[in-house]
Design a protein around this ligand. Structure first.
Ligand code: SF4
Length: 244
């Protein structure tokens, strides 16, 4: 990311808006294009954003933070659901029973607070043999959570009260990309909230028409929606529209 964060935000907002403007009849493809674009914005800019920071402790095979509640926008959930259907369409992938794992995890964690989830020690259903099987399509929230001390992460995951040093660069970039995507969805009159990942996936996987209906204005993900102050956020997005 070069220049001011506000310019970067506006550029992304316009980019997402263009994808939505050319959405055409294929809602599922549009949702995937939006999520892919969001992930590209994040991955293409994180190195610059994190320049000068200490090295991260996060490595492949460290699943310590994958017991946290994950939240996502609708396009991210739709892309992940699409990927799960593709995985399950193969004999090897079907053996992973991803949909079943997600439904069971959702039933076990529904309504639980962040801390209760962590205390339960129940990992994300996409974590198999200490690796994320959906790594290429993991959410912005997953990408934006990065830490500097494995020891601190493990202590926190085992219930100790420790401050975990988190990468501000990852957090900031995740917030910028996610907010720009939300703003563009809102500009288009689409549901623009955040949803709990497991419940959102369970709903999407159970209802093949959900993506089309969502683009037509019926939010089938509503039961998974987070209770956020959308009015204040919407006002902030409106004010930002007048800048530039
Ligand atoms: S989706 Fe992948 S990276 Fe994200 S919490 Fe689950 S296992 Fe971890």
């Amino acid at each position: 990311m070069n220049g001011e964060p506000i310019d970067f935000f506006q550029e992304m907002r316009r980019g997402f808006g263009l994808i939505l403007a050319h959405e055409g009849a294929d809602s599922a493809a549009a949702a995937r294009a939006l999520a892919d674009s969001a992930f590209d914005w994040f991955e293409d800019n994180i190195a610059t954003q994190a320049e000068g920071q200490p090295a991260l402790a996060c490595t492949k095979g460290c699943p310590t933070c994958c017991a946290l509640r994950v939240t996502a926008t609708a396009p991210e959930i739709f892309l992940m659901a699409h990927y799960i259907r593709m995985v399950e369409a193969t004999p090897q992938g079907a053996q992973l029973q991803l949909t079943r794992r997600i439904v069971l995890a959702e039933e076990a964690t529904r309504g639980r607070s962040e801390q209760e989830r962590l205390d339960s020690g129940r990992p994300c259903p996409m974590l198999i043999e200490e690796a994320c099987v959906l790594h290429p399509v993991r959410t912005l929230a997953c990408r934006g959570h990065a830490a500097f001390s494995e020891e601190q992460c493990r202590a926190a995951a085992s219930g100790e009260e420790v401050d975990v040093s988190i990468s501000a660069a990852h957090l900031t970039l995740r917030a910028l990309v996610q907010s720009a995507l939300q703003a563009a969805l809102r500009d288009r009159g689409l549901p623009w909230g955040l949803y709990e990942l497991n419940q959102g996936l369970a709903l999407t996987l159970a209802e093949p028409e959900l993506v089309d209906d969502w683009f037509a204005g019926t939010d089938g993900l509503a039961p998974a929606a987070l209770d956020l102050d959308m009015a204040a956020l919407g006002q902030a997005f409106d004010e930002l529209r007048t800048i530039n």
